[in-house]
Design a protein around this ligand. Structure first.
Ligand code: 15L
Length: 273
């Protein structure tokens, strides 16, 4: 059985992924924070990936890394710099030094958040980040490309929409990513025999999608869920009169926000904007 390191394992996406992958892989799970629950077959290693020594320690003896760790929304520059720029570099470089060949890098829809909602974009579009967080994800994609071309690493970048059991609002109807579709796409990232450097969109097969996700389909992705079954309920719940810029662009509120509340604040940064 392969050993997979999941960084940022305490977060929402990490928690869904660990549940979905349990029993399929030996999971080495790491985070700066404590985990609410450590499952039977999991090995927990606490780590601060902004420290290179920690990144080096956790990437030893693993077959692949799913690098979820970092700041997951728009935030202050120091937080983004440490967690998403320095932390991301440390994980790629440490994995390389430890001989780990494969990295699954969850980037974000916010790497392309300034495309309009009436556009359909594919994996080849030029990035249009909608904030510092989006820029950090473009940095991670670029780093992945470098490590693939220069060091023959196999890098699978998934521009995640919103991972949730249910779509939260109108915008998320277009970018919803169910936990079981997430697990399927991550498994392709781990198992596909021919990965050099790929970008795919991490979304379910939503009728309202604004992505042409043919690159994921080419690699065998067959999403099972469609947000449409929640559409009536979600639309009825949504209040009208949102910010017109946020409504125009795919990135929504990220295109106008300077910081959004972090669902997983870093220790010592509580509520800081
Ligand atoms: C993201 O990239 C965030 O990590 C996630 O928390 C959501 O905010 C998501 O985008 C989204 O756009 O809904």
């Amino acid at each position: 059985m392969k050993t997979i390191l999941i960084t940022g394992a305490a977060g929402d996406v990490g928690t869904h992924l660990r549940r979905e992958l349990a029993g399929k892989y030996l999971l080495k799970v790491s985070d700066l924070r404590s985990l609410k629950k450590i499952n039977k077959e999991e090995q927990f290693v606490r780590a601060d990936i902004s420290k290179f020594s920690d990144a080096l320690r956790i990437t030893k003896n693993v077959d692949a890394v799913v690098h979820l760790g970092g700041y997951s929304v728009e935030g202050p520059w120091d937080a983004i710099l440490n967690a998403n720029i320095i932390g991301c570099y440390n994980v790629f470089e440490a994995a390389h030094r430890n001989g780990v060949k494969r990295i699954i890098f969850p980037t974000s829809n916010h790497a392309t958040g300034f495309y309009r909602r009436d556009e359909t974009i594919d994996h080849r579009v030029y990035p249009k980040p909608d904030g510092r967080y989006g820029v950090s994800k473009v940095f991670g994609e670029a780093l992945g490309s470098l490590y693939a071309d220069k060091y023959a690493m196999q890098v699978f970048c998934m521009r995640l929409g919103n991972v949730n059991p249910m779509p939260l609002d109108n915008r998320r109807l277009s970018i919803w990513f169910s936990p079981r579709d997430l697990a399927q796409l991550v498994t392709i990232g781990i198992e596909h025999p021919k990965i050099h450097f790929e970008i795919v969109y991490g979304v379910s097969r939503n009728k309202r999608s604004w992505y042409d996700n043919s690159n994921a389909h080419r690699l065998g992705y067959r999403p099972q869920d469609d947000s449409e079954r929640f559409a009536k309920e979600v639309i009825a719940r949504e209040k009208s009169g949102g910010d017109p810029t946020a409504e125009l662009y795919q990135g929504g509120i990220f295109t106008v926000a300077e910081a959004v509340p972090n669902p997983a604040p870093l220790p010592g940064k509580k509520g800081k904007k």
